[in-house]
Design a binder for this molecule. Structure first.
Ligand code: OGA
Ligand code: MN
Length: 301
């Protein structure tokens, strides 16, 4: 069976059909990996993967990032359903974490090792809304005017989950784990060079907040302006889920966001996150970088 690749109606993304992700031969895997590099986001409708099959597919791309501290949790539920079957309420920690996903972001940019790719599969979807959107940061970079390209070329921003959640009224713990903050947060170039394709892209999103050498208000204005510009058609795609669908994106050159829905309904997704590669996705924390006289290179290091 030869897979069929159909580009989406956007600068990013393709749908791949006539494929079984649970049973990929070497040739088919090569087709998938090439398409991942070309399109940066891939939709695989109606795969109905088991946890194990999703993790095995993710592992073809690289190591799995362990999200909740338990090495057994290579596939985690992104869900508003509690163990007793009821849904999370607005004042609950997990609810606020989920709402955070509704801002455009790239996964784990606030960690020393940013993520390479993320794979979501839909288990239970609400009757309306709850889409997942992606935005093409390669096309966004290409479409900037030359003045802006020149302005941002040498700039880097600190990325912090503490900061991005605080903005929506959710205070998370700081310190090691997911709470790197202040000048201890990872510092990443605004212009990223993709390690596989060599294409430049904007590396921004809600976790980016402060730019060395720039006053914080001015930095925020610049980051907001870039984000507003970047996440517009034809650079965006909104995936309207059906249970069983698999959707993945390249965190190095795409932003993504969850879309709101009626939170009294249940939405259960399964997430597997592929770790970045130290050669291209490792940012020492700001403190370490300063101590080492660190100079950011062209690809997020
Ligand atoms: C994530 C995420 C979006 C969604 O799992 O990292 O951003 O639509 N999810 O649930
Ligand atoms: Mn995410």
């Amino acid at each position: 069976m030869q897979p069929t690749i159909t580009p989406l109606d956007a600068t990013i993304g393709a749908t791949i059909t006539d494929i079984d992700l649970a049973n990929l031969d070497a040739d088919t895997w090569n087709i998938v990996e090439d398409a991942f590099h070309e399109y940066a986001a891939l939709v695989f409708p109606a795969q109905n993967l088991t946890d194990e099959a999703q993790v095995a597919f993710a592992n073809r791309f690289g190591d799995i990032e362990i999200l909740r501290g338990n090495p057994a949790d290579k596939a985690v539920q992104i869900s508003n359903q509690k163990p007793d079957g009821s849904v999370l309420q607005p004042d609950e920690h997990r609810f606020k974490a989920l709402r955070g996903n509704e801002g455009w972001h790239t996964d784990s940019s606030y960690m020393p090792l940013a993520a390479k790719a993320s794979i979501l599969s839909a288990q239970v979807v609400p009757s309306a809304g709850g889409e997942t959107a992606v935005a093409d940061m390669r096309a966004a970079y290409d479409d900037l005017d030359q003045g802006m390209k020149d302005r941002i070329e040498g700039l880097s921003a600190y990325h912090s989950l503490y900061q991005s959640q605080a903005k929506i009224g959710h205070i998370v713990k700081t310190g090691a784990g997911y709470g790197y903050h202040d000048k201890g947060a990872p510092l990443r170039r605004l212009v990223n060079t993709h390690p596989a394709t060599g294409r430049k892209s904007l590396f921004i999103g809600r976790h980016a907040y402060s730019i060395p050498g720039m006053e914080d208000g001015e930095a925020q204005e610049l980051l907001d302006e870039l984000l507003d510009f970047a996440c517009q058609p034809p650079r965006t795609y909104f995936h309207d889920w059906r249970p069983g669908d698999v959707f993945m994106w390249d965190n190095r050159c795409a932003l993504h966001a969850a879309r709101p829905y009626d939170y009294s309904e249940t939405r259960i997704m399964r997430h597997t996150r592929i770790a970045g590669e130290p050669e291209s996705e490792l940012a020492a924390t700001g403190r370490d970088q300063r101590a080492a006289g660190f100079q950011p290179s062209t690809s997020n290091r």
